[in-house]
Ligand binder design. Sequence first.
Ligand code: NAD
Ligand code: UD1
Length: 361
Amino acid sequence: MKILVTGGAGYIGSHTCVELIKDGWDVVVVDNLSNSSSEALQRVEAITGRTIEFHQADIRDKAALSKIFKTRSEMHHHVEPKNEEQNNTGNCSIDAVIHFAGLKAVGESVEMPLEYYSNNITGTLALLEVMREYGVKNLVFSSSATVYGDPHALPIKEDFPLSVTNPYGRTKLMIEEILKDLHVSDPSWNISILRYFNPVGAHKSGKIGEDPLGIPNNLLPYIAQVAVGRLPFLNVFGNDYNTVDGTGVRDFIHVSDLASGHTKALPKLFTNPGVVTYNLGTGRGHSVMELVRAFEKACGREIPFKIVPRRAGDIAACYADPSKAQKELDWKATRTVEKMCQDTWNWQSNNPTGFNKIHTG
Ligand code: NAD
Ligand code: UD1
């Protein structure tokens, strides 16, 4: 079975490609490389020993997407079309789409809302329209724990109230709603909405990992760049939260565990579940300082840090109740925080400048 992975050259997408290939799925990737490097896909090929069909295109480009969906069908069908849908339905070799493509930086989304709405919302609409045209109605969508806002209780369950405070989060929530509307209009769609907690770590080979452009926004890549000497010290955003040591608490999840959540979501899609939503997290919270200490152990170096004021928009603590995914997808995160730090260090120390893009930071 063939899976189209949008954003497959990115951090989570590349790790998911590895797991998909390992589990025997055929993978096609579409990515405009706006936040990634084709080198990531070459590394996936090196890890898996398989070649990947790659299309460099923007998901907002419906003509380019159509070509990808059309591949192979043209070789077998020469019948004159009655209408567009009839022409294409059933002719497509793609069985499902895993949709990672989008922009993801909260701060940047406040500065550039139109780019966020365009890439994330318009991009998703274009993808859905082309999927409908080709009768491909199985989708896994990357959502985020950000849709829970500041949760009223912990751990967070899927049926908690949703709220968002920035354009990035709004795109995730809007897309979730668009997907639900789509299913109401046509129940033959099957859609798995996966809400990720805090993805960190890297593939155990050290060949692929997170490679942010410029100065990282997120904690682990920042710590890793301090460890490797690219940045002088970590700013710890606040130590006066009501948490174990006053620093923020998050549900850090190894990216390879997250990736396997996607391979588990696929067979579920083929049971015609309609729209289903799952938290992908470990169920455990760790503080910023716990992460710093775990990373120091993994890399054998001291991580200099400064306590600075809280970052606007941050919440004190956030961690998942992942039991629904365990029960319904037979999926569970297994890798520890120590392993997450070891694998991040392995990646960062082997690739101090990432995939060797031109870094501005
Ligand atoms: P990433 O930036 O590494 O990957 C996204 C990929 O999509 C990149 O390769 C980028 O080039 C591509 N892309 C962006 N816009 C595109 C477009 N219009 N057309 C084609 N390709 C496009 O990010 P990631 O961390 O791998 O995140 C993947 C998905 O998971 C995103 O939707 C993100 O919002 C979501 N998510 C990420 C996190 C996280 O912490 N990393 C947390 C929750 C949700
Ligand atoms: C951020 C996003 C969230 C997104 C998630 C995963 C914000 C406000 N939220 O969440 O929407 O879904 O990433 O991509 O950006 N920290 C430091 N110093 C740093 C960086 C982070 O102390 O240099 C702290 C933060 O205050 C927080 C924790 O580390 O307590 C984790 O931060 P981060 O990795 O940015 O993730 P989130 O804030 O959880």
